[in-house]
Design a binder for this molecule. Structure first.
Ligand code: PHE
Length: 446
């Protein structure tokens, strides 16, 4: 006899945990530089369109699967589709290992940068010096790995605490803290002298820079940012009580996620313009250019420490959610104790994080088709595995389980949802077509 499944203690706790999953490095580190590379506001508008159509539909689809079955991704697919569908959940569990092993590397950098900021090591506006600092740090063998290990340990500690006492409790404190920090930093950034150019870049859409690739980047970003395609939302949905209004909660979570991404762009890009740096500086934008911004501000050191703490907090609640589906799978399907499963899974991820971290140093020349180990993990997860996972969820609900899914989403008809048929058709046709285009382009372009 299985122990009764744990559930979220409150709707607020559920929303904070789920928003905590969605809001992460994807929003604060990745979104501003991708928007910067893709011309600013036109990209943001396209991103909004993708998120509010496919994004919302897929989050609801995953949550329905989870709540209806009260199972981890493998168990959920098996319960509804039979053993032939279990692989769809298995793919998600596997994707979790891939994502977490590079996610903890970048998250480790954020921890290290809190220390650098606090020690006043980055007090210069010279981006060349800051670039060299970033390169020197990330190319070391041990220091970045140590940072990744510390981060992994924090993640494991929260997950081992369980759903209510671990994940929910941590999210209820960390997420509101994140919102306050973010608002303070945005207020600082947009009032800097010279910030207007950045605001113009963000507020006047330039559609001449938009092409198919922009739309595809926006779609891939939406998957990563909303945590869809690897069963996180199935797993978090499986801890839901029957009476929760899934569409409404989803809308709140998605709006929070998009809101934080846009606020992060508002925080990063005007400041970048204000100190005369290049908005398309790529992944280094956060770690190289922002310290320059802080160095040019009164109390910059304080803002710097706050900023990297914000990134670390956002990363932590997301990492927790990447770890949880594998743990739920080990606990539900194999009866392994939560603590043991967490320890083993964390160690495996750390082992995989070693080559990911060394990709910036000793293994930087060990490339396959031009990509390092880190680049491969990132590419496979974002451009292949997450989209495929999304495709499986969409097809399963759209074609195999649409009747019960409609009933379940509307809480057996007690919620009035006039768009239910549109949802099903988007899952049947819209999402698969968009995802096929994404994967096709990614694989063809590799
Ligand atoms: N959504 C998280 C972020 O934006 C990352 C993530 C991806 C979390 C996939 C869970 C699953 O950083």
């Amino acid at each position: 006899m299985l122990a009764a499944r744990e559930h979220w203690g409150s709707r607020f706790g559920f929303i904070m945990a789920t928003a905590g999953s969605a809001i992460g490095l994807g929003n604060i580190w990745r979104f501003p530089y991708i928007a910067g590379e893709n011309g600013g506001s036109a990209f943001i508008l396209i991103y909004l369109a993708v998120v509010l159509s496919f994004g919302i539909s897929l989050v609801m689809a995953e949550m329905v699967l989870g709540r209806a079955t009260q199972r981890n991704p493998v168990g959920a697919f098996r319960a509804l589709g039979g053993p032939r569908w279990a692989f769809a959940g298995g793919l998600g569990v596997l994707t979790g290992f891939v994502i977490l092993s590079f996610y903890v590397v970048v998250a480790g950098w954020t921890l290290a940068y809190i220390v650098f900021m606090a020690g006043n090591e980055l007090a210069t506006t010279e981006s060349a010096v800051l670039g060299a600092h970033f390169g020197n740090f990330t190319s070391q063998t041990f220091a970045p790995l140590l940072a990744a290990a510390v981060f992994m340990a924090m993640t494991a500690w929260i997950v081992a605490g369980g759903v209510g006492k671990g994940i929910e409790r941590a999210s209820k404190v960390l997420m509101p803290l994140l919102f306050v920090l973010l608002l303070a930093l945005v207020a600082r950034s947009v009032t800097m002298p010279g910030a207007d150019a950045g605001l113009a870049f963000l507020l006047t859409p330039d559609f001449s820079r938009v092409d198919m690739n922009t739309v595809i980047s926006a779609t891939a970003q939406a998957f990563f940012s909303l945590s869809i395609g690897m069963g996180v939302m199935i797993t978090y949905g499986s801890y839901l009580q029957r009476d929760v209004n899934i569409p409404r909660s989803t809308l709140i979570i998605v709006l929070l996620d998009v809101g934080v991404a846009v606020l992060a762009a508002l925080m990063v890009l005007p400041a970048v313009f204000a100190v005369g740096l290049d908005p398309s500086a790529g992944p280094g934008l956060t770690f190289i250019t922002l310290p320059a911004v802080f160095a040019s501000l009164p109390f910059g050191q304080v803002f710097g420490v706050l900023f990297f703490s914000l990134l670390a907090i956002a990363a932590l609640t997301s990492a927790v959610s990447i770890l949880e589906p594998m743990i739920a799978w080990a606990v539900d399907e194999h009866g392994i104790r939560r603590g043991v499963a967490t320890l083993v899974a964390s160690l495996v991820c750390l082992l995989l994080a070693i080559p990911a971290s060394l990709s910036f140093g000793p293994l930087s020349d060990a490339t396959l088709a031009g990509r390092t180990f880190f680049d491969w993990m990132d590419f496979l997860a974002n451009n292949v595995m997450l989209p495929l996972g999304g495709l499986l969820v969409a097809s399963f609900i759209g074609w195999r389980w649409s009747g019960p899914a409609r009933a379940h989403l509307s809480n057996d008809g007690t919620l009035c949802l006039p768009w239910l048929s549109a949802w099903i058709w988007l899952l049947r046709i819209g999402a698969p077509v968009a995802i096929a285009a994404l994967v096709w382009q990614a694989v063809g372009g590799s």
